[in-house]
Design a protein around this ligand. Sequence first.
Ligand code: EZ4
Ligand code: CO
Length: 403
Amino acid sequence: MKITDARVVVSSPGRNYVTVVLDTEDGVVGVGDATLNGRELSVASYLSDHVCPLLIGRDARRIEEIWQYLYKGAYWRRGPVTMTAIAAIDVALWDIKGKAAGMPVYQLLGGAARDGVMVYSHASGATLEELDADVETQLAAGFHAVRVQASVPGLERTYGIAPSDGRVYEPASSSSPQEDSWETGAYLDFAPAMMAHVRERFGFGVHLLHDVHHRLTPIEAGRLGAALEPSRPFWMEDPTPAEDQSAFRTIRNHTTTPLAVGEVLNSIWDCQQLITERLIDYIRTSVSHAGGITHLRRIFALADLYGVRSGSHGAGDLSPISMAAALHVDLSIPNLGIQEHMGHRDPAGEVFSSSYRFADGYMHPGDEPGLGVVFDEAAAARFPYQPMYLPVNRRLDGSVHDW
Ligand code: EZ4
Ligand code: CO
């Protein structure tokens, strides 16, 4: 089954998405997501300038061989641009394999290990009252797990606060990076009080999650984890910059609050120490930024050996193709923890039609052959690329902090 065409489509239906389309000689088409928020065109170039030409004439059925060819064949290893590009090709090849077999991808991965995938949604507010109202909305929609974020008093802008008109949260902005402000003391005092407030209001029957977004030192994160313990969060996410793996030993030594990290990690080697030294509870690598279904399954298999569960990133900047691919993996692995689900802004649905479904807090990828997502290239052409940047974060003294 030879690959006859490989192309990259950059479109912006509600936000930017980079989509790979692979055609095969017998007419089976596969799609993959290559979106890297704020750096979309570098992945598009990596694919169209360096990867797509190498795929023409290759056998689409040899997924592992093509993965190894693209990874080892580049010589230069890892990194978000390379691994997102490889991921998109890998996911498109699994889509093709499923369609050729007449089966949903999760069946090819061993079948359903559970009936549905527990997902968490986001709630946020500029005030605790707004946050309460948003948590209520998420619970009414059926979610059993909710990530809570609120504006830190005294800081000009806080990470993770969705617009008040109900649209999905999007940190990127056009023309130039937005500047956020940061002061650790204000945050460390506020976050435990916010969690305690939500617990008091909604009780212990809902899973509550919180994203620190890489901003603390290890000992500050240890203090926060300990302060959050009475609120029993499902996890504390990205407490310190993710690339510093041994930092998590310090956090671990000071708290029993479960730790989650990995949305910015790209390979099994980036989380080897985190997993094998049991420094975390949930690994958040995603199908689109960590080498596709093939590589993500390898990470989750390693994690299973060490009692670490999955908790994949699922922000709105991962396209519906990635959401579907994530659900096929989640449904089939033994060590699912939870899956993030934010949904997508209109008019993404005009470009991507997905067959995954949500009911009572759980999602299922559906039973269409392949991934179950149809990508409408003609519709995508109506929404041209918009330059977008993620924010930068500054401390009050003007120095650049982790965003
Ligand atoms: O900031 O996907 O847990 N979710 C997150 C996201 C990330 C964005 C970056 O593009 O941390 O909101
Ligand atoms: Co996060």
